[in-house]
Design a protein around this ligand. Sequence first.
Ligand code: ZN
Length: 505
Amino acid sequence: MPQSPYEALMAEVRQIDLLGGTASLLSWDQETMMPPAGVAYRSGQSALLSRLRHERFTSPRIGELLSTCEADDALTADALSPPAVNLRELRRDYDRALKLPAELVAEFSRATSIARHVWAEARKADDYAAFKPHLKTLIDLLNRKAECYGWPEDGERWDALAEGFEPGLTARGVEAVFDPLRPRLVALIQRIGEGGRQPEDALNRVRVPIDAQMRFVRAVAERLGFDFSRGRLDVSAHPFCGGTHRDDVRMTTRFGQDNLGDALGSTMHETGHGIYNQSVPAEHVGEPFGRAVGLSIHESQSRLWENFVGRRRSFWRWCAPLLGEHFGDAFTGVGPDEAWVSMNRVEPGLIRVEADETTYNLHIMIRFELERRLLGGDLSVDDLPAAWNAAYARDLGIEVPNDADGCMQDVHWSIGAMGYFPTYTMGNLYAAQFFEAAQSALGDVDAMFARGEFGPLRQWLTERIYSQGRRYLSEDLCRQVTGGGLSSEPLLNHLEARLGEDYGL
Ligand code: ZN
């Protein structure tokens, strides 16, 4: 029987996905295994794969097949069926990919690869002046990209870029959730500061061997439900989760001599991403339907396992006794309560990636506010450091001593990723909402966690979120799972309750 247009389209899409998975494996290798001297040749390999993928995806044949399939009512009648979802997702990505002229794509790719390199050097030397002209170039290019993509009439250019990371995300929508969140977070952090009490950091002051730390965090990841027969855990400078598809998930973590709590937090975070990637629908591998929803929902799962499970008192009733098994008497005297307190310290700091669960969101809000102004033209790159430092003083009450630990600390802007940061905090918000819903469905989750039982929570999430693939857009999924749209209340309730207990507020 000849292939139908839909089968032909899916066959082509799955081929393109093979290129994507191969590129992802090369980048995993670059971060974990590759000798440093391999970088130049590897850049060539990666650039070739991304060009092949782009060319194949934007070919007229894809456009023709898409149009033919869209005209077939049998495929689109049920908007939530896998074929309809595949067509919806492909149409959006296809139209978007065609909106950029090839020379702008090439110019952007050249500019970001130079800017990323200059940024790394400039950050080491604390030399914002060296990075500044490259940032200016990227902002000009981003504005040109935004013009090509366009944005809704009541929106702004930031929206055009955010759409590439999270369909439907707009600055106004972000503002609506961030505005009520900011003053309550600032007030909460001030109350903690005024209390003058800083709990002991018992998990992060003990020197223990790295190989024992690796065995410990692996044991936890496995218990949470990460399947090591379909994935790996390795070490990289910046932890991430990638891989080729649901049966080959590569996650990484990092260790210090005396930072066990941080290593566990990073590992549980990536394990959340990893379990999600391992649990998308098997029968749709390589199709849009078989992928996770956008960045916010993905981040909600890493945050849920890291913060809502890993920083919960009941989790430590199960986990604290493991310390003795893995580290002998190195953690003598560190019981469930001491470990739990150590995992829940709140301390305003300079660096986003080292921030605790509470202050983290303020780091994100500052970036959102500044990148929106940079793109809109009412903040110049000359004035960025001063604006950054003023925002840190205002929201976190800290003085920024240099630009390396200030406006140059993140890689995102150096690779032209503006419109991305808010997805981290939205991940926190969704995590709080999903966890609340899971608790009311599952009953006493604390009794389960204390026994080291995470299967019921994982199954609940798999049924409602992971196995749904891309059926719903983020906010629709949230309504489907929780009965309501994105809201900042559950996260605030969670933080106020937890810190009330920990800090006696
Ligand atoms: Zn993450």
